[in-house]
Structure formats: structure tokens, C-alpha cells
Ligand binder design. Structure first.
Ligand SMILES: Nc1ncnc2c1ncn2[C@@H]1O[C@H](COP(=O)(O)OP(=O)(O)OP(=O)(O)O)[C@@H](O)[C@H]1O
Ligand SMILES: [Mg+2]
Length: 222
């Protein structure tokens, strides 16, 4: 589902953030990505979402070879991906419903189709009934779950998350991880960057460790 072959990413200032990295993530796998600050976790996620391009090597995501991807096919790639950030970046003056519906409205779905999907998505994250609330009136954990609801509204094949629990207390962090686990159980492939070692170890999934752009450990746990 995600395939990297000898990928190197050198930023324009000459800094090599990813060094000759090869990696394969199968369909339906749930994988954690860890490593020190500056190890290259966000860079790796940006390469997979095609926000950054590799300097060398090949990347294939859900059947698309990113090195050969035409500009007009980028939306097709993005529709296969759900992305969750550390800060959910919700629009404060839009309701929870509108925030979650945004990616769907962008694809031209009807309001009726939208409403059904938004409710299904909110139900998944336990926010059903709060559709009319504005983000500032939601708790931090609820806002983070809203960001996840928005990421999964298009039923993406792949879920990518960059430090999704970075701002949350241990209890909420565990709650978010279990939500990802639930998505994994319905077949979503997930790659989650986190430096919360204790939490990710408790999840019993594969863990990739980066150190200065090098993949130093690939720990498969069944
Ligand atoms: N646009 C850029 N230009 C130059 N260097 C960059 C750029 N983006 C990131 N870097 C560098 O690449 C390295 C990896 O950064 P990255 O953000 O991928 O690390 P990270 O593992 O996500 O760290 P953190 O845990 O702090 O989020 C860092 O040394 C960073 O300074
Ligand atoms: Mg990062």
C-alpha cells in the first residue's frame, strides 16, 4: 500500500532529512513511526502525501507512483489519504458539521449525501449530537476527534497522522489511539508518527524508528 525504495530527501539548504530509506507497508497494516525530534518523521509523512518530493528513490502510494504522478492526478492521490495533524486546525466560525463536511463539499457531493457521511463520521469518533457546536466550544480532545472525523469523511484507504496526541493528556491520547485502532479494524491502513513510546508500545503494532533520517529499527509485533 505504501512502498518506498531507496528514498533520500535533501532540503534546498542541503540538509538530508531522509537517507536511503526503503520501506513497505501492506494494505490494512497499522504502523507507528517514532524517533527523536528532527529524526525525519514529518518529512517522511510529507513525502507520502506528496507535499515534498524525494531527491532520489521511488515512492508508491495506493498504486500511484509519486515520482511519475502528473499534477492533475494529485487530487486522486489526496482522496485516498486521510491526514490528521497535531493541531486539528478547525475553522472556528464554522460548525462542527461544516468543518467535517468540508472535504466532501469540495468533491461536489449533495447536501443529503454529505449529511449522512458526516453523521457516520461523527458517530465513529463519538461526537454525534454536537454537529451544531462551534470548535471553540468543544474540548481539546473533542477538537482532535473532530479533526479525525474530517480526515475519515472520504473513507480514505490510508490514514496518516503526525503527532495526533501531542497536545493531549495520557487518557485522551489513549482514546485517540483506540480510535485509530477501530479504523484499522475496518481495513484502513494507518501510519502514525508519535514520540510517545510508552503509548505506542502498549498498542502492539509494528514500530518504525528513525534516527537522523535513517530507519534504524523495524519492529514487527503480532
Ligand atoms: N523545509 C525544510 N528545509 C530545511 N530543513 C528542513 C525542512 N523541514 C525539515 N527540515 C529539517 O529536517 C529534519 C527533520 O525534520 P522533521 O520535521 O521531519 O523531523 P521530525 O522527526 O518530525 O521532528 P519532530 O519530532 O520535532 O516533529 C530536521 O533537522 C529539520 O530541521
Ligand atoms: Mg514532526
Amino acid at each position: 500500500m505504501i512502498e518506498l525504495s531507496q528514498v533520500t530527501k535533501k532540503y534546498s539548504n542541503g540538509f538530508e532529512a531522509i537517507k536511503n530509506l526503503s520501506l513497505s507497508i501492506e494494505k490494512g497494516e497499522m504502523v507507528f513511526l517514532t524517533g527523536h525530534s528532527g529524526a525525519g518523521k514529518s518529512t517522511l509523512l510529507k513525502l507520502i502525501t506528496h507535499l515534498e518530493k524525494p531527491t532520489r528513490g521511488q515512492i508508491t502510494v495506493a498504486g500511484d507512483n509519486l515520482t511519475k504522478l502528473k499534477l492533475r492526478h494529485i487530487p486522486r492521490l489526496r482522496r485516498k489519504l486521510g491526514v490528521v495533524f497535531q493541531n486539528p486546525q478547525l475553522l472556528p466560525k464554522k460548525t462542527l458539521f461544516e468543518n467535517v463536511a468540508l472535504p466532501l463539499l469540495a468533491t461536489g457531493s449533495s447536501y443529503k449525501e454529505c449529511a449522512k457521511s458526516v453523521r457516520a463520521s461523527l458517530d465513529m469518533v463519538g461526537l454525534l449530537g454536537k454537529e451544531k457546536q462551534y470548535p471553540p466550544t468543544l474540548s481539546t480532545g473533542e477538537q482532535q476527534r473532530a479533526g479525525i472525523a474530517r480526515a475519515i469523511i472520504n473513507r480514505p484507504q490510508i490514514l496518516l497522522a503526525d503527532e495526533p496526541t501531542g497536545n493531549l493528556d495520557p487518557e485522551l491520547s489513549a482514546e485517540i489511539m483506540h480510535l485509530f485502532e477501530k479504523l484499522h479494524q475496518v481495513g484502513t491502513t494507518a501510519l502514525i508518527a508519535s514520540h510517545d513510546l510508552a503509548l505506542i508500545a502498549s498498542m502492539h503494532h509494528r514500530i518504525l524508528t528513525l534516527d537522523n533520517g535513517v530507519l534504524i529499527n523495524d519492529q514487527k509485533i503480532s
